[in-house]
Design a protein around this ligand. Structure first.
Ligand SMILES: C[S@@+](CC[C@H](N)C(=O)[O-])C[C@H]1O[C@@H](n2cnc3c(N)ncnc32)[C@H](O)[C@@H]1O
Length: 257
């Protein structure tokens, strides 16, 4: 990249807030995620786009209680599942034991603090987690994932992807979320107020548009960057770390043609 890799920024306050928030919500997320039809579709798309192979080692960033991890585990050699909330990792442990899954390891650590040897990971996936990162931390993480991946490795990110109302799709998504909440009466009106703070002031939810994610992937060096919209608010973006080009035959200087 022309200006060198993006630099990490101080994230301590955001991490503390995310840890508190998700520790409180862990049990209800664990119970509800499997019956949320939109989320289930995005999980399925992340696993489909990951195209995991039996010999591959995967990392799931912001794994929650295992929504993608457990669906991916049968397709790969191992999944390292990482979440900022210890409670989520505890629930992940319960879920892996209940399912007899033996190739998953959970770690309670913020994704911003992860580090792996260059080229040591085949697949990095994430679902509905990276919109919680501060905007400046998103390209830093994507750049790091690029370094961790072996050539041919994939980064697959599913998430709510929309901006703050800058284009027609953004406005449609924001309006449909508000309409749903309006219909719920006073409880919903309160949530509209809370969500306006969360999304507009960006202290809890910081989604960015599909095209912003695609640009971040391309700037990190990923090839074949693709985006698939799954439900109105969510999409899956995928990129492949290029393999080094084999050296072609060298042309002799001055040879004809
Ligand atoms: C909406 S839940 C999604 C969980 C799961 N990936 C799924 O598909 O259902 C977001 C998850 O991201 C985690 N998270 C938020 N910020 C994080 C961070 N900085 N590092 C690691 N995990 C984080 C939360 O603890 C939470 O489990």
């Amino acid at each position: 990249m022309a200006n060198g890799p993006p630099q990490p920024v101080r994230t301590g306050r955001n991490q503390a807030r995310q840890r508190r928030f998700w520790t409180r919500r862990a049990v209800s997320w664990d119970h509800g995620a499997g019956t949320n039809p939109g989320l289930v579709k995005v999980v399925e798309m992340v696993v489909e786009q990951a195209r995991g192979r039996k010999e591959e080692h995967a990392v799931d960033l912001g794994c929650g209680s295992g929504q993608v991890t457990l669906a991916l585990a049968p397709h790969v050699a191992s999944v390292l599942a990482v979440d900022i909330s210890e409670e989520m990792i505890r629930l992940l442990g319960e879920n892996t034991r209940a399912g007899g899954v033996t190739n998953v390891h959970g770690e309670a650590i913020p994704v911003e603090e992860l580090s792996f040897a260059p080229g040591s990971v085949d697949l990095v996936v994430s679902n509905y987690a990276l919109h919680h990162l501060r905007d400046a931390d998103k390209p830093v993480l994507v750049q790091r994932a690029y370094e961790w991946l072996a050539p041919g490795g994939r980064l697959v990110v599913g998430d709510m992807m929309f901006g703050r109302g800058g284009d027609a799709r953004d406005r449609e998504i924001i309006a449909s979320k508000a309409t749903l909440l309006l219909r719920k009466g006073p409880g919903g009106w309160w949530r509209i107020l809370k969500n306006s703070g969360r999304y507009l002031l960006r202290f809890q939810e910081r989604p960015i548009s599909i095209s912003s994610w695609q640009r971040i992937f391309s700037e990190a060096g990923f090839d074949d960057v693709s985006a698939t919209q799954v439900v109105s608010e969510a999409a899956v973006v995928r990129g492949v770390k290029p393999r080094p080009q084999p050296e072609g035959p060298r042309e002799e200087p001055g040879s004809p043609g």
